[in-house]
Design a protein around this ligand. Structure first.
Ligand SMILES: C[S@@+](CC[C@H](N)C(=O)[O-])C[C@H]1O[C@@H](n2cnc3c(N)ncnc32)[C@H](O)[C@@H]1O
Length: 553
């Protein structure tokens, strides 16, 4: 194969995130944004030792499971890549990719619980950053998403299916206004122009909407053209307020951003109407969110994600929990009512301030939030955690920070990840230091894209858990008359409710302690002079709860 040449082939399978694999002779070429079964034409970008990367030029034949997308922008828009798959097919693909990645990284048997569906599959996003530009060179003003594979061209996303009607109305209103006015968009290459982005955030549960227009300050500069007067006229704000919407616009802002990078960034913000924040409610808690704070973009999906994390962490009563990479403190506040204390650590000061305000708003007095890099803050923490929740950014956890986190030696860690490839890298270190992956589940926070959120429960292998005892299950009295639940049922219950793994030995010890008859050979390991491990208190309580649940005590 030769770099720069064009090839055709059938996509055999896909790997996370959305990379199709085409086998050409002895070469394995990854082509982004393709699906298994498609016949594709691509240009070879690089190839080395039989592994290559290709740039998709055209899908020559669709895959058998493809459907006609509902979204009219699909052919051009770079936003969603899976509008041509039914939701069921999307889940299957995500499950397959996630399981394959995890199977390759997890070194002991674990439970893979599939991928949970997003509660809302269309119109699920609570935030969009639309870009201004033109659809093609010197075309009319456009406002929406980048064209597939293009840095410059913009597709006007006025029919976008992953946001609701209010977003579409706001986009159309703002676009029409500036089209009429003839204000120039910011040219990403020449760094000239005025209109950059339109940020819209809408809370799914309260309906509150915040709109922020992001422009340069070039209308104030001498070389900035002759549009100062036009730009000074903020009547677009009145037009927005006159819209008939399902939700309610509670704030309209104008942010100035002169950075060279094509990102939504805040140099200075003017409040044009209402307030510069909005409220969202998740799981009965209220959160105040400012325009640039991190907040999960799928509110109903976030409720599912947090509920999943809460069930994975198991018993929290009387425990100190660390919520590392805590953002606006959503996870910390969800756990605070059922824990002794929760400590959140987050690098963005604005988010930490919001977390404190939110905790007060929710009447929570047992959580504290610290601003700073986890890597450094961790050294100064005076509390000792019993449990840890990790929800790092896409790149995962700095290896030195992860070492320090492991040094706390907590029994259970719940790791929430938005990028499975960085998760699997971190799992390697965690497993190398004695943690065992118990179970994993995906939560689909991003329908119609190849991304998936993953929740993993890890437990620490304490020394007394690892002593080898050769017990024969046949010798156990799991079927005796007085036993209402089998050992397996007790184990399953304890794992589900408390996130703990318990051995037959421990169950038999606790049964004996509770006066339940067990067979003669129960605690007797076959090895000579064994050091018989005794069931730790935490597991004893969990087993007793199971025995109660099965009405055995
Ligand atoms: C995926 S978000 C999770 C936020 C929160 N748990 C939630 O669900 O809303 C990751 C957070 O980590 C923060 N962050 C990134 N690097 C960090 C670091 N080195 N130390 C502390 N926080 C960091 C980001 O600002 C962001 O708020």
């Amino acid at each position: 194969m030769k770099k720069g040449e064009v090839y055709e082939g059938i996509v055999e399978k896909t790997e996370f995130p959305n990379k199709g694999i085409v086998q050409i002779e002895e070469h394995r070429v990854a082509v982004k944004n393709t699906l298994p079964g498609q016949k594709v034409c691509f240009r070879l970008k690089k190839v080395r030792k039989g592994v290559g990367e290709g740039q998709l030029l055209e899908v020559l034949e669709p895959a058998a499971n493809e459907i006609t997308p509902e979204c009219p922008h699909f052919a051009d828009c770079g936003g969603c890549t899976w509008q041509n798959l039914s939701y069921e097919e999307q889940r299957l693909l995500k499950e397959g990719q996630l399981k394959k990645l995890l199977d390759g990284a997890v070194t002991t048997p674990y439970v893979f619980e599939g991928v949970k569906d997003s509660p809302r599959q269309m119109e699920y996003r609570n935030k969009m950053e639309f870009s201004f530009g033109d659809e093609e060179k010197d075309g009319p003003l456009a406002l929406g998403m980048h064209k597939r594979g293009s840095f410059y061209d913009i597709v006007t996303a006025d029919q976008c299916r992953i946001v609701d009607e209010d977003f579409r109305k706001i986009l159309t209103c703002v676009l029409k206004h500036f089209e009429k006015k003839g204000l120039p968009f910011y040219h990403r290459l020449r760094h000239m122009g005025y209109l950059r982005h339109l940020l819209v955030r809408k809370a799914a549960n309260t309906g509150e909407i915040l709109v922020d227009l992001i422009t340069t300050t070039q209308h104030l500069r001498e070389d900035g053209g002759d549009y100062s007067a036009l730009a000074a006229d903020e009547s677009w704000e009145e037009e927005l307020r006159a819209l008939s919407l399902e939700g309610e616009i509670v704030g309209i802002l104008h942010t100035y951003n002169d950075s060279l990078a094509d990102v939504v960034q805040n140099d200075r913000t003017e409040l044009l109407y209402g307030r510069d924040y909005f409220y969202e409610e998740l799981l009965g808690l209220r959160f105040k969110i400012s325009p640039f704070s991190f907040f999960q973009t799928n509110s109903l999906g976030a409720e599912l994600l947090y509920e999943t994390a809460r069930s994975y962490i198991g018993e929290t009563k009387d425990r100190v929990i660390f919520d590392l990479y805590s953002g606006t403190g959503t996870i910390a506040q969800m756990l605070a009512p059922v824990a002794k204390k929760v400590v959140g650590v987050e690098i963005v000061e604005e988010a930490v301030e919001a977390a404190k305000v939110n905790a007060e708003l929710n009447g929570l007095t047992n959580c504290s939030f610290i601003a700073g890099d986890v890597l450094k803050v961790i050294d100064g923490l005076t509390d000792k955690p019993d449990l840890i929740v990790l929800d790092p950014p896409r790149d995962g956890i700095h290896p030195k920070a992860l070492q320090k986190i492991i040094d706390f030696g907590v029994n259970r860690i719940v790791y929430i990840s938005c990028k499975p490839t960085s998760l699997t890298r971190d799992l390697e270190l965690l497993q190398g230091r004695g943690y065992r992956v118990e179970k994993c589940v995906g939560v689909d926070m991003f329908p119609f894209t190849g991304n998936v959120e993953t929740v993993v429960l890890l437990s620490q292998q304490k020394p007394d858990d690892t002593i080898e005892i050769d017990l024969d299950l046949d010798e156990l009295d799991a079927t005796s008359a007085e036993t209402k639940a089998t050992y397996q049922e007790i184990k399953d219950y304890v794992l589900k409710e408390f996130g703990l793994k318990v051995s037959n030995l421990y169950i038999s010890q606790i049964k004996r302690k509770c006066g339940i008859e067990v067979g003669e050979n129960y605690n007797l390991p076959k090895t000579e002079n064994p050091k018989v491990p005794q069931c730790p208190k935490e597991k004893e309580d969990a087993i007793k709860a199971a025995l109660k649940y099965f009405a055995m005590i």
